[in-house]
Design a protein around this ligand. Structure first.
Ligand SMILES: *Cc1c(COP(=O)(O)O)cnc(C)c1O
Ligand SMILES: [Zn+2]
Length: 436
């Protein structure tokens, strides 16, 4: 057995076969993670192997996840992978955003370039491939957002049936519409998010439903390759800082695991520091990190933020994210609705664009530079998690001065760009254009 699931709790570390259908450690309730006995002999050849695969047109090598499959060797049968050619996301230099943040330079790794428009695809190709490997035909998740959009696409592409559970009435249309289009059975349940989660856990085994919520350890494996692809693109020079938004904290856990494993295996000679940015209205991890401790985590009762992808009060992956921050000398920051909205508009003006949660990255970098935690000359990579088109309503409201915080406070359109009404008067319009 060269791959297995292991309990994440230091005082447990119980191991389970890789093909167990478990979402938590049966012994202690801890999170599970995939772990491997690496074939050390091959590791020195990985960089060249991975680079050369970019020249290969086969499906597996065209995927920015499976190209790095030696780093995620949990599947017995690689021929049954389901891929939509996820990953392959660009590193984009953004001088305008760097200037805004007070940095000499800033690069974004834009996960919004994925097939369904978010980094969830990096994880879902692995989660759904594992479902296929296990012989499952029904997969499910509780989500109103990018997880359901991604799961629906990958499950349908694999010929499985996706089932999405969501709270009645609490819907974000941009993302939900993707799930509908990709053919998910969508169940609106009369209960709140946490109740639905408990309900689905309870019925999953009886219904034969394989759960692809964020604690699924195979999704974490796929998201790990965001770090690996980044290093490949940087010719294996680790940045000083890698910064990302934090909701359920699965992405921090995954990207951190990627860097830590690459470091352990000797593919990089130092670790980047990881920074997680939360929205001020949903910042339990920020509060926790002020005075961390094993039993000190306090959930936020009713999290509120316009950055819906990080509107999470009780992030399931906090123990893993805490471990990543300890081991990488990382940090956590929070950003207000105004700060996120302005950072988002700056990313837009740079010709890049992203969804609200992603912009927390830039808002947080700016604050960490101002407080001298990140230095002006540091090599910083910011992860943009989702596509600009995920939330067009937010964008229109911001640029037309109608955006309000969840509490009803107006957000200033610092970088607003309103449509301008004109009559079809040639002289007037030409006069206007020639003054630009
Ligand atoms: C899921 C998601 C997040 C939050 O990631 P976590 O792993 O839950 O911390 C941030 N941004 C976008 C666009 C997402 O879809
Ligand atoms: Zn355990």
């Amino acid at each position: 057995m060269c791959s297995y699931l292991v309990c994440f709790r230091d005082n447990c570390r119980e191991k389970y076969p890789i093909d167990s259908v478990l979402y938590q450690c049966p012994r202690c309730g801890g999170l599970l993670e995939a772990s491997y006995r690496w074939d050390a002999a091959g590791v020195s050849g990985w960089k060249t192997l991975w680079r050369n695969r970019r020249l290969d047109n086969s499906a597996l090598e065209q995927s920015g996840v499976w190209r790095y499959r030696e780093s995620i060797p949990f599947l017995q049968d690689i021929s049954r992978v389901v891929t939509l050619r996820e990953g392959n996301t660009p590193l984009l230099p953004a001088p305008l955003a760097a200037q805004y943040a007070g940095l000499d330079a800033l690069t974004f790794k834009h996960q919004g370039f994925n097939p369904t428009g978010s980094f969830k695809d990096n994880g879902m190709t692995c989660g759904v491939s594992q479902a296929v490997q296990l012989g499952r035909t029904l997969v499910g998740c509780v989500s109103t957002g990018n997880t359901s959009a991604s799961m629906a696409a990958y499950a349908s592409a694999a010929g499985l049936k996706p089932v999405i559970f969501l709270p009645h009435g609490n819907i974000s249309f941009g993302k939900l519409s993707q799930a509908l289009e990709y053919g998910a059975l969508t169940l609106q349940v009369h209960a709140n998010f946490d109740q639905i989660l408990a309900f689905v856990r309870q019925i999953a085994d009886r219904a034969g439903l394989y759960l692809l919520n964020s604690i699924n350890p195979f999704r974490i494996e796929g998201q790990k390759t965001i770090a690996i692809e980044m290093l490949d693109q940087l010719d294996w020079r680790a940045p000083d800082w890698v910064v990302m938004p934090g909701g359920n904290l699965g992405n921090c856990a995954a990207i951190g695991k990627g860097f830590l494993e690459m470091h352990e295996l000797g593919l990089i000679d130092r670790l980047p520091r990881i920074a997680v940015i939360q929205s001020a209205g949903a910042a339990p991890f920020y509060e926790f990190m002020k005075a961390p401790g094993e039993d000190k985590f306090r959930a936020v009762e009713s999290p509120e933020t316009l950055a819906t992808a990080i509107r999470i009060g009780n992030p399931v992956s906090w123990p893993k994210a805490w471990s990543v921050l300890r081991r990488t000398n990382g940090t956590v920051e929070r950003a207000s609705e105004q700060e996120i909205a302005d950072a988002k508009a700056v990313i837009g003006r740079a010709g890049i664009g992203c969804e609200p949660a992603s912009a927390a990255t830039l808002a947080g970098i700016r604050k960490l530079v101002a407080s001298h935690i990140i230095r002006r000359e540091d090599h910083v990579v910011g992860v943009l998690t989702g596509n600009v088109l995920k939330d067009p309503d937010y964008i229109y409201r911001y640029h037309t001065g109608q955006l309000k915080t969840p509490g009803g406070k107006p957000i200033t359109s610092t970088y607003g760009n309103k449509p301008v009404e004109v009559t079809a008067d040639a002289d007037a319009v030409v006069g206007m254009l020639t003054k630009l």
